[in-house]
Write a protein that binds this ligand. Structure first.
Ligand code: PMV
Length: 319
């Protein structure tokens, strides 16, 4: 057989994947113990393909990085998840090449870091012929999230590992809940990198300066999350839109919005969205807008002119 006939597909030992995510309610407040709601973006995924090799390497093709796991820095996130999974399973580092590829834009609040880590873990588990409970897999991904984010709440790893809408309170088991009615969303990227670690750090500093004010604002966000869960479960899009606007106003008060995010929110609302807010750490990254199904395209089109990228996603409901 000529070398050309040996396709990578034929050499594949296993593949793993995990979705991106968006936070619908409660970002930042979740770091301070309040509830948040996040949903997976199942069509936007990260993938890891495992193939035989001479040593254990990770090929992060999108960022053109090749990481030799045995010699990589301790806090290299790619090497870290490989080591964590091997340790968990009592395995030596395998002679495998792990090719990582992601469709999830980075540094935009869509959970690309957690999804890549989870995809690698899933690929490795499959290649070893092992499984782990979702709660354990989520903990391993969280260990790597700490390197990315400093003091992450754990919401990203939870939603990308469970691949379900989650009600998340730090330190508690996540609750999976039902979406009563399809939620049509436009996700518009400012094109400005949102560095979660930096924004979370800035909020912490401001909180230290004026705890009573920030605690009250976080309580307001918690109320939004609670009411939003009920609105999502009963399929009340109008109420949900209003709650998004309220949550966004509170996020603006903790100073994580930006002129670009404000511009996108305004455009979405003028084009007929029921509500709009920043999603994730803020100061860049994405804005999300909720619309009636018949208005979603008009909202997305209006955003197109101002955003780096606009995605439309409809989270499927039961009703
Ligand atoms: O920017 P993202 O999607 O990684 O979200 C960060 C969410 C925060 O609540 C701001 C931080 C956290 O760890 O939950």
């Amino acid at each position: 057989m000529s070398p050309h006939q040996t396709t990578p597909r034929a050499q594949t030992l296993a593949t793993g994947s995990a979705p991106g995510k968006i936070i619908l309610f409660g970002e930042h407040a979740v770091v301070y113990g309040r509830p948040a709601i996040a949903v997976p973006l199942t069509q936007l995924r990260a993938y890891a393909t495992i193939m035989p090799a001479a040593t254990c390497l990770v090929d992060a093709v999108d960022i053109r990085q090749r990481i030799e796991v045995a010699t990589a820095a301790e806090n290299n996130p790619f090497a870290m998840i490989v080591r964590l999974v091997c340790r968990e399973l009592g395995q030596e580092l395998p002679a495998w090449r792990i090719v990582v590829h992601s469709h999830i834009p980075i540094a935009s609040g869509l959970g690309s870091g957690a999804a890549i880590t989870a995809a690698i873990a899933r690929g490795l588990l499959q290649a070893f012929g092992q499984t782990l409970p979702l709660s354990r897999l989520s903990q391993l991904v969280y260990e790597v999230e700490k390197v990315h984010h400093g003091t992450p709440s754990g919401i990203d790893n939870t939603v990308v590992v469970y691949e379900q809408p989650v009600w998340f309170v730090r330190g508690q088991a996540p609750e999976i809940f039902t979406v009563g009615h399809a939620l049509p969303l436009a996700v518009a990227d400012t094109g400005i990198a949102s560095v979660t670690r930096a924004v979370v750090g800035a909020v912490r500093q401001a909180w230290q300066q004026d705890r009573p004010r920030f605690e009250a604002l976080f309580d307001g966000m918690a109320t939004c999350s609670r009411q939003a869960r009920q609105a999502i479960e009963r399929g009340d899009l109008a109420a949900l839109g209003r709650l998004m606007n309220e949550n966004h106003a509170l996020l603006r008060q903790i100073d994580v919005s930006s002129p670009e995010l404000e511009g996108l929110v305004k455009t979405a609302l003028s084009a007929g969205a029921l509500g709009a807010k920043l999603s994730g750490a803020g100061r860049g990254g994405n804005m999300i807008a909720l619309a009636m199904p018949q208005d979603l395209q008009a909202v997305a089109q209006a955003l197109q002119a101002q955003a780096r990228r606009v995605l439309t996603v409809t989270l499927q409901g039961q009703g």
